[in-house]
Design a protein around this ligand. Structure first.
Ligand code: MLT
Length: 241
């Protein structure tokens, strides 16, 4: 039976051997939610970039640009990192260069790992992602973006939710899986938004008036496709298969 492990923060990534495994990058508030929203809204691809100036270079090549640092939009970009505001007519048929505080760096790190496939995981497409991982029957690493190298509640909770959908088909690779599962089970009882409203980033974004983004990010299965990295860009799985 294949194993599933969870990396709670990029600071722990070096302990993981993700070669030939399926990696799911998770940044619920908000990068992977924004990526799903952009593709649902007709963007042809999302290019995740660690550095803002790299995204700007793509902007000069016809990409729309979306940038965020510390929860706030970057000056001079077409969009911030709002999964609600990215659902804009302008994005139809266009490619988007995205740079965020934590999430986009994790895609760059995952690309170095010689992974089997790299997925972008969000509640918007959790079921499609779970089905793909089960059908693939390969080892899985759930990679939480966290906040500035620290673990965070929302990404850990999502990893726990995804694990509960895969349980029985995968062996838990470490105690991080059991911890994430417990976080999710609490949310099943107390409610997703109730539990996540305690997260530091939820509170930060709420202060910035971005609560609609969190409401959107917690909506389940708006998208019945996976989001996968193909030629360095994130696309809907139907665009590849
Ligand atoms: C991140 O990269 O951690 C998030 O996307 C930050 C945000 O959008 O507020």
């Amino acid at each position: 039976m294949p194993t599933l492990d969870i990396v709670l923060s990029p600071a722990l990534w070096h302990l993981q051997d993700a070669k030939d495994k399926n990696i799911v990058v998770i940044d619920i508030f908000r990068a992977t939610s924004t990526i799903a929203a952009a593709l649902m809204s007709g963007a042809s691809a999302v290019h995740p970039m660690e550095k803002a100036d790299q995204a700007k270079v793509l902007g000069q090549k016809g990409y729309l640009t979306a940038g965020e640092r510390n929860g706030l939009p970057l000056e001079g970009f077409d969009f911030g990192n709002s999964p609600v505001l990215i659902q804009d007519e302008r994005i139809k048929g266009k490619k988007l260069a995205l740079t965020t505080t934590n999430g986009t760096k994790c895609f760059e790190m995952a690309k170095q790992a010689e992974a089997l496939q790299i997925f972008s995981g969000a509640f918007s497409n959790i079921k499609a992602t779970a089905i793909a991982l089960i059908n693939d029957h390969q080892d899985v690493v759930l990679f939480c973006a966290g906040w500035k190298e620290q673990a965070n509640l929302e990404d850990t909770l999502f990893a726990g939710a995804l694990y509960t959908m895969l349980k029985g088909q995968f062996v838990a690779g470490s105690d991080a899986v059991l911890m994430a599962e417990d976080v999710y089970l609490r949310a099943e009882i107390q409610g997703l938004k109730f539990v996540l409203s305690e997260s530091s980033h939820f509170k930060r974004l709420e202060k910035y008036g971005a609560e609609r983004d969190m409401d959107f990010s917690l909506k389940l299965n708006l998208l019945n496709q996976c989001v996968i990295l193909h030629n360095d860009e994130l696309v809907l799985s139907s665009a590849v298969n």
